[in-house]
Design a protein around this ligand. Sequence first.
Ligand code: C2E
Ligand code: CA
Ligand code: CA
Length: 528
Amino acid sequence: MKRSRIIIAAVLLALIGAAVPMAAVFYASWHLAVRSEQERLALFANRAIVRANRSLSDVRSVLAAMDASTLAPCSSEHMAQMRRLAVDSRSVEEVGYFAGGLLKCTSWGLTETEIPRDTGDYVTADGIDVIVRMQPLVTGAKPLMALQRGAYNVLIDPVRFVDIIADPGIRLAIATDKSVLIGELNEPDRVLLSNLLARPHNGMDDQHLFAVAHDADWTAIASAPRETIMQSLRQQQLLLLPFGLFTAAVIVGLVVWFSRKRLSPLGELTLAVQKREFIVHYQPIVSLKTGICVGAEALVRWQRPDGVLVRPDFFIPLAEESGLILPITDQVVAAIIRDLGPALTADRSLHIAVNLSAGDIATGRVLPVIGKALAPTAIRPEQIWLEATERGFVDIGAARETITEARRLGHAVAIDDFGTGYSSLQYLQGLPLDALKIDKSFIDTIGLNAATSAVTGHIIEMAQELNLVLVAEGVETEAQRDYLLAHAVDFGQGWLFSKPLPAQEFLVFLRSSRERLGSGPVPIRRAA
Ligand code: C2E
Ligand code: CA
Ligand code: CA
C-alpha cells in the first residue's frame, strides 16, 4: 500500500474510531434515559394499582361491617356507625342505606329528598355494583363513584384510586378491567389513554413516554411528556461521556500507533516478509578463461506491490538488524528452487551462490532450511554455494562450525567482500573455505594506480596460496578481465558479462552461453 493511502486510511479509521464510541455513548444514554424514565413510570402505575386495591378493600370492609350491623336502620346509632366508618376509612367519603329502592339515610343523616337507587355501570366479581360517576346530593358538586351491595352503598372520590404521591410531571389514570376509566391525576392525554386502553403497552410516541401496569381488576397508565427524558438523558450522558471520550482516545491512539508502526521502515519490511514480496535476480558468473557461464549469484530484490524493485542495500541492513533477514533468506532459497530447479537438475555444472546473513552464519539455522527445500528436488547440495561476509565471523567459533557443517553437507562456501572489513589472513587460514570473492573496490583499482592495484595482486596470490577458488566481482571492463585472466583468476562476475537478470532472462542468457560455448567445468572445490 502506498504511504498516502495508509495515511488516508489511518485518518478515516481514526475518525470512525472516535465517532463510533461517541455515537455509542449518545445512543446508550438515550436508551438508558428512556429505560430509566419508563421504569419510573411503571413504578407509579404499579403504585396506583396498589392504591386502587387498597381503596377497594376499604370499600369491602365498610360494606361488610354495615352488612353485619344489627342496629335499627337509620337509627342515630346506625347512622353514627356509618359515619364512624366513613371517617375512619381513608377512601370512603360517605356511606348510605337503602330500603325499598330509596336512599333512606347516610353517614351524614336522614335523607330528605327521594333518591332512588341507580343500577350500576358494572358489577365486580364479588358482587359490588359500581356506578362510575354519580353526582352526590349530599356532599357537594364533585362527581363521586358509588359502590353498592345489599342495602348499603359507599361513595368514593375517584381521585382516591390514584392519589399517590407522584411527581407533578407524571400523569396517572386508572381503569377497571373492563377499561372503564375511574380516576385520573394531572390530566392525562385523552387520546393516549383510549389508545392504551385499547392496546396496553409500554413505549413512547411523539409527545409522551408511557407505561402500563395491570392486575386482575385494574389497568393503570402512567405517562409523562417526552421532554422529561431530556433531563435524565443529560444525566446519563454526563455519566457515560468520560467513558466514550476515553474509548475514542484509546482507539485514535491505537490507530496512530499502528499506522506509525506500519509506516515505519521496519513495519513495511515486516509486512513485505509476511506477504512474500521478495524475488531474486541472478547475476551470471563466468569462467574468465572460456567465457562460459558456470552459475549465478542470487541477489534478492524487494518487489513492492506497485511494481517498484527495491535494491538490497536499502533493506538488508535493517533486515539483519531486526532478524527479518532469516525469513528473507528462506524466501530466496525457495525462489531459487522455483526459478531454476529444472535448469539446475538438467545441468550439474551449474551452481547458484546464495548470500548468507551474519545471523545465518552465526546460528547455522539456514542449513536445515536449505536441506529441507532441496530434499524434494533433484538439485544437489554441491550446486548451492554459500557466500558469507566477514560480518558473520564475529563469533569465529560459531562461523567455523556452520561452514564446516555446510561443507559436510556438500555446499561450497565462499568468503564475500573480502578485504572490505577487518578479516586478515589469519581468519582465512582458520576457516575451511572453498572460494574467495574479490570485492568490486579492488577490481576498480585495476589499471588505475600501481600502489592500490598492488593490493589486488596480493589478495589474488594469497588466495591462490590458500588454494581458494577466486571470483572477481564487479568486472566492468575488458582491461580488468585481461588483468584477472593474466593473474589466473578463475571466475568473474560483473556488468562486462551481464547485470543481474530476472530468472527468465538469466535462463535465456544461460542457454545462449551454452549454445555458443558449451558447458562449463564442474565448480571446483578446495581439497578438504
Ligand atoms: P554483494 O554480495 O557484493 O553483491 C554484488 C553486488 O554488486 C550486487 O548488488 C550486484 O548487483 C552488484 N554488481 C555486480 N556486478 C557489478 C558491476 O559490474 N558494477 C557495479 N557497479 N555493481 C555490480 P546488489 O544486488 O544491489 O546487492 C547488494 C548487496 O546486497 C550484496 O552485495 C549482498 O551483500 C546483499 N544481498 C543481495 N542479495 C542478498 C541475499 O539474498 N541475502 C543477503 N543476506 N544479502 C544479500
Ligand atoms: Ca555476494
Ligand atoms: Ca561482494
